[in-house]
Design a protein. Structure first.
Length: 595
């Protein structure tokens, strides 16, 4: 009998430990809860004690403390549903557990090893947190790790029974699996306001995404003001839709203060028309053509409006040089994105220089033409010492040669290409459109499209991709469950620097940008930070993420961010009641585990 009682007591203790409700997103690499009971935090009088003065951390603490104090956050989406939903513990009201109080913690002690490490690709972001009844201590390799520790604590401090608390003593060791954890936004098709870009940075910081890739311009518009060529913004949509130099400087500072790098992209040689044509119309091939000619074999572009740099026009490289000289002084990140995707051969039917070049040697191909561009442009892009480049993978997949030591390839065409690129020795950022394109699944945006007519000939179209080339919509589960280093050797996997979700803006502007990104991007934030699999069993932990991401969405809304709902409210107040299978280990039965 005593043995049975001991077992019951042990099970009760385990249930209490497991039933801790506030699990931050992304999940830490290692988190161990204690059994001391709820620990009171004196938030109104809370301060930090640094081993060296640092304005960035001090300001971040004030900002985060303000959010905690004003929100008085209590999570709605907590773990532990109905008793029928085992193995998760039975539901308990958190208030019933908060019967053990301490005098309260008023100081967070933070020790940073290196205050001078710059926010660049590969910076050490490791940190530890120890919360005990006597205090909170943080140790971090750099200020960027310390910043992450504060956003973790921000999610763990809740307001219950008129007290700010952390549910129990806890020890955390945390560090990212991947150095590049990114989000792409496109400001060329539709303008995104500075305020809305800042909003993305705020949420990125909270979820530990650290790289904001901005596709600044496209054939449609050029909103980025440059002193070298002020006429570029003649092709902005309006005088109100321009990023002035002061906007960019302030945006970079804003992002850096939140641990987020800004990586600029000026796409070339394709996706080029707006802005460039204001400098010299001869820079652009096919810019005045009809984009599709109603016959694909005569098309000049994949979408309107058309335009590509004439890579045989000598002034092209002079302009590139001048633009990148200024970008190099404006953006401090050592990594620049130079585009390089979707060169469309039909566009060069409108370039007399290219046609003459091809005619002079009939064995030449458009791949040879792309190599001419690369051989002249790459040295221009790399002229700043220490700079690395990101390129879309297209030209390498087409057989072109780019330097492996200085160029990172961003892979978007499909998951099957990642093994090919790393086998060739390239470092890779994964942005597979099959998994990570957030703009997919909203239907077509080309107007006057007869394929939507309700006739038999359109049946396959309307029951297929429906005008969205990358259909279907990418759910948070589709994003999270993608193992983007699958089938790679350990050596090959070392070449994968991380992953990036992308939101192209044909159907996005400032009014909807946040709800189209969040909270879905939080699934990538976790998979790139601590992985999508249980570190002990190797099994997918999608079921475990469910309440975490639902709770994260509610937290974003409480902060005032218009993140999209993922489920009916019933599902997050009744955890796991909306799971597809009652069996919580069903993913294991599908063989989705490490071997």
């Amino acid at each position: 009998m005593q043995l049975i009682l001991r077992v019951i007591s042990l099970l009760q203790l385990i249930a209490i430990i497991v039933a801790v409700k506030v699990s931050p997103l992304p999940a830490p690499r290692n988190i161990t809860w204690g059994t001391d009971g709820p620990i009171q935090i004196n938030v109104p009088s809370l301060t930090i004690q640094l081993n060296q003065d640092n304005n960035l951390l001090s300001d971040a603490f004030v900002r985060i403390k303000g959010s905690i104090e004003s929100l008085k956050w209590y999570p709605a989406a907590t773990e532990g549903p109905m008793s029928s939903m085992q193995p998760f513990p039975t539901a308990t009201n958190l208030k019933k557990r908060f019967d053990k109080r301490y005098s309260g913690i008023s100081t967070i002690e933070i020790n940073v090893d290196d205050f001078d490490a710059a926010l660049q690709l590969g910076v050490n972001e490791t940190y530890t947190i120890d919360v005990t009844p006597s205090g909170i201590s943080v140790n971090a390799a750099t200020i960027w790790g310390a910043l992450h520790s504060l956003t973790t604590l921000q999610q763990m401090i809740i307001y219950d029974n008129n007290n700010y608390i952390i549910e129990d003593s806890v020890s955390i060791w945390d560090a990212p699996l991947f150095p590049h954890r990114g989000l792409l936004i496109d400001t060329g098709r539709n303008f995104i306001s500075v305020a809305k870009i800042q909003e993305q940075i705020d949420i990125m910081s909270l979820s530990k995404l650290n790289s904001l890739h901005i596709h600044f311009e496209d054939t449609s518009s050029w909103p980025l003001y440059l002193e070298t060529y002020p006429e570029l913004t003649n092709d902005a949509y309006s005088a109100r839709e321009i990023y002035q130099t002061s906007d960019i400087v302030n945006l970079i500072i804003y992002a850096q203060n939140r641990g987020v790098r800004i990586i600029p992209e000026i796409d070339a040689p394709a996706h080029a028309r707006a802005g460039w044509q204001q400098i010299d119309p001869a820079l652009i091939a096919c810019g005045e053509s009809w984009w599709s000619n109603d016959v694909y074999s005569l098309a000049t572009s994949l979408e309107p409006p058309p335009g590509q740099l004439d890579v045989l026009y000598p002034k092209t490289y002079e302009v590139l040089d001048n633009i990148y000289q200024e970008l190099g002084t404006l953006f401090p990140d050592n990594v620049f994105h130079i585009g390089g995707d979707e060169i469309f051969g039909g566009c060069y039917n409108f370039s007399s220089t290219v046609q003459a070049w091809l005619a002079a040697n009939t064995s030449r191909t458009y791949t040879d033409l792309a190599q001419v561009y690369l051989d002249q442009a790459i040295p221009i892009y790399l002229q700043k010492q220490g700079r690395k480049l990101i390129m879309w993978e297209d030209m390498v997949l087409n057989g072109n040669t780019v330097p492996k030591d200085s160029v990172i390839l961003q892979s978007w065409n499909g998951a099957q290409y990642v093994p090919e690129l790393v086998e060739k020795g390239y470092d890779v950022i994964v942005s597979s459109a099959d998994h990570f394109y957030l703009d997919c699944g909203y239907g077509g945006w080309i107007t006057n499209d007869p394929r939507y007519l309700d006739i038999d000939a359109n049946e396959a179209f309307n029951n297929g991709n429906g005008g969205s080339w990358c259909n279907p919509y990418k759910t948070w589960q589709r994003i999270y469950d993608y193992d983007f280093t699958a089938n790679l050797t350990d050596e090959q996997a070392q070449h994968v620097l991380g992953a990036e979700v992308a939101l192209w803006s044909e159907q996005v502007d400032s009014a909807v940008v946040t709800q189209k990104i969040w909270p879905r991007a939080a699934a990538l934030a976790e998979s790139t930070w601590s992985g999508n699999r249980d570190p002990t069993t190797g099994y997918l932990r999608t079921t475990d993420l469910t309440q975490r991401i639902l709770n994260f969405r509610e937290y974003l809304v409480a902060l005032g961010y218009p993140a999209s709902p993922l489920v009916p409210k019933y599902c997050y107040v009744n955890p796991h009641a909306c799971d597809f299978y009652k069996n919580q280990t069903i993913l294991d039965e599908f063989g989705l585990h490490q071997t």
